[in-house]
Design a protein around this ligand. Sequence first.
Ligand code: GLN
Length: 598
Amino acid sequence: MKYVLVTGGVVSGLGKGVTASGIGVLLKACGLRVTSIKIDPYLNTDAGTMSPFEHGEVFVLDDGGEVDLDLGNYERFLNIKLTRDNNITTGKIYQAVIDRERRGDYLGKTVQVVPHITDAIQEWIERVAVIPVDGKEGPADVCVIELGGTIGDIESMPFIEALGQFSYRVGVGNFCLIHVSLVPVLNVVGEPKTKPTQHSVRGLRGLGLTPNILACRSTMALDENIKAKLSQFCHVPVENIITIHDVPNIWHIPLLLKDQKAHEAIFKVLNLSSVAQEPVLKEWNSRAELCDKLHEPVIIALVGKYTDHSDSYLSVMKALLHASVACQKKLIVERVPACDLEDVTAKENPEAYKAAWKKLKGADGVLVPGGFGDRGVGGKILAAKYAREKRVPYLGICLGMQIAVIEFARTILGLQDANSTEFDSNTRNPCVIFMPEGSKTHMGGTMRLGTRRTYFQALESVSAKLYENQRYIDERHRHRYEVNPDMVPRLESAGLSFPGKDENCCCGIVELPNHPYFVGVQFHPEFKSRPEKPSPLFLGFVAASCGELDAVLPRGGQEKVSSTYRFNGHLPPKLLPNGKASNGLLHGVYNFCNGVRL
Ligand code: GLN
């Protein structure tokens, strides 16, 4: 096993996660198998309790791990499936060490940060690095470890110490340190400044770590003389200084790394030059270029609670992007703060109210994502009502599904107080109820988390078609509440349909037939969307928002040819009958499966 450690310096928010994922993609493109570990030096044991306001979305893994959103980047970029243990936090490490201490495993010794915490970190890395994550057997060739935070943070010190020891333990040729730093270009002088990077590298060295490669974030590509200066002061060879300058979309990052021969620099450090091949990034190339060229817009209103923080709905944004690129449309997401749609806002802040409704009404599709707590629920219900009545495509995810059911019960069944017991425990018409896994009395550990199976009841539903008429699907969940099974017959008789249920007959999918696209799902399809394989429900939603749902649906009555849903998202889905891409970018004859090109 070879290790690539990615650290960050100067400031946070440099795009270290994307850089590390891009490095993973590049190595994978050279024929290597790649896994990844993200270290978050905060004390929380996992990201499950962290507010999306502050920290961005909580990403959910197959095994139910609630982890940092960077793991989502790794899964999407590398098309792998990680485990909860691939996200290390200070909380997890301390918990493991304290558990051991309580068991008496330390045989009376004083338990200390060095060596006990630092040993535990190294053991954890070695244990997790060998877990296969790409569906193949046996360990990967390279493990990319990203250390969260910035060099010099107090809380990352035990990790830095552990990683210093670790690099020594695995030995020269097995460990490559890439330091992501900032080279600001000051407007006044217009010249890139190397000093912050010099200081940051000095700090790193002072802590016992020597960078092999510098990845410099900058607004522009760096001149040779700047690289020479960095090389001289940071003791890193010029050819190992890579610039990550601003690019139009993140799919350019692996290409940028490749163009600057980052793979060769890494292989030299890791003694891999003889085994690795030249990187093949054709798909990334065409996808990045296609994405830059798209101009016909599709406008999606994202009605949520956390609309200020750009990362709060990161996976939803990515899934929308995957789908819109597949539909050859330029994605425009209008973030609508759910509260602003409510009547109280009309009185308290009429400007915000007007702006929110203007955005909603100007959108081609309405998406209500997951959420917890009752803030903004009224606004979300209004958005679902608007989409249902005005026949605007709607995708409701988790809470977005639940509020669509509440809205239907209120308006169509006339049950004024229909509600979720999450928001009104005394409602006489509970259409969404607490159905915890495990205990009925405890909140902790009662969340339905991770992959659960949803069985299709009726194959003629739009969701079943989008999933290629598979009998069942496995998607990731994160919720405590569900549609009340006792109310389902009434809802169904009023026209709502529930085409997907789990093994306990809980409703996983809700649809409104005779609507251009009205789908709600209890699970989170966004977590499994990939650039090369957009989530079917997002694809259907975006296609419907462009008025082109039929283009992505299998043709009726046709025998299903393939069981796997493969969609080359980087290629345009609509091909002219002669097999030529409709935008003239890509040519060739392609195979189809139920109208979707294979
Ligand atoms: N709060 C709702 C529940 O717990 C929805 C959760 C979500 O949207 N992820 O069921």
